[in-house]
Design a protein around this ligand. Structure first.
Ligand SMILES: *Cc1c(COP(=O)(O)O)cnc(C)c1O
Length: 257
């Protein structure tokens, strides 16, 4: 067996195990696992890994660095064109925080942006998207744990704090009013190393916030919840995630990050 075959076999095995866990978590929550999109996080891995992941059936890819996403997007499309295939069913997700000087790359190359955490970023994306004639679905990142190290709009006390709640509603309205970007849901990260019940609570509160925002702004259709990574995706699914962002469980430990 060649190296590429070995890589494909290894990813196929890991994917089958992850899919079984997704299905089981969905079943526990009485959900249909077809509602849950697995975003394969290929950050730090070479194009070869993306090609192998594509070959075993993965179609959604996530990166946290804009240049890396753009490069792999072009690389995958080129490899596929060379073998007479069409990359039209591949979906690229920018999952990481974006620096304002990188908004052009995301406007051009991402199909989803999960980590809108500042209005300045929304404004810049909107300008470029209008120039390009593209529309980008975005998820608003919210910080529900209050950890200072986490990005996202402040939401650690949204249930009690009407000012915080209103600020979040204004963010959603502002993003919805900008041409080119289309808010479709919320994204959150669980507190690092927290006990399971605490992580579950953060994910449940994210779902409740989405529900509250949907009622407060019925003109904006919020359908997505991006919650859960290798360590906590089952909790995310049990609490309503429609997108899970999984790297290590599919590809193994990364060398950097
Ligand atoms: C790296 C990363 C992931 C994937 O993490 P794993 O632990 O490898 O599953 C998910 N979301 C974001 C924002 C990331 O940066």
């Amino acid at each position: 067996m060649g190296n590429i075959d070995q890589l494909e076999t290894s990813i196929a095995d890991r994917l089958a195990a992850v899919q079984t866990r997704i299905d089981a978590a969905a079943a526990r929550a009485g959900r249909d696992s077809a509602e849950i999109t697995l975003v394969a996080v290929t950050k730090t891995w070479p194009l070869e890994t993306v090609l192998a992941a594509y070959a075993v059936g993965l179609r959604h890819f996530g990166e946290n660095r804009a240049e890396e996403m753009a490069q792999k997007r072009v690389g995958l499309a080129a490899e596929m064109a060379a073998s007479g295939e069409d990359a039209a069913d591949v979906v690229w997700h920018q999952i990481g925080t974006l620096q304002s000087r990188k908004t052009g790359i995301v406007a051009e190359s991402a199909d989803y942006f999960h980590a809108l955490d500042r209005i300045k970023i929304a404004n810049r994306l909107s300008k470029t998207l209008v120039d390009l004639g593209r529309e980008l679905p975005v998820l608003i990142e919210v910080n529900l744990s209050g950890e200072a190290s986490k990005s996202g709009f402040k939401a650690e006390n949204w249930e009690q704090d009407a000012t915080q709640r209103e600020a979040l509603r204004t963010v959603l309205q502002t993003a919805a009013d900008l041409p080119g970007i289309r808010p479709v849901g919320l994204m959150t990260m669980a507190p690092w190393g927290a006990p399971e019940d605490e992580i579950r609570r953060v994910f449940a509160r994210c779902r409740e916030l989405k529900n509250w925002l949907s009622e407060a702004q019925p003109d904006v259709a919020l359908t997505e919840l991006s919650m859960g990574m290798t360590n906590d995706f089952e909790l995310g699914i049990e609490e309503g995630a429609t997108l899970v962002r999984i790297g290590r469980a599919l590809f193994g430990e990364r060398q950097r990050h």
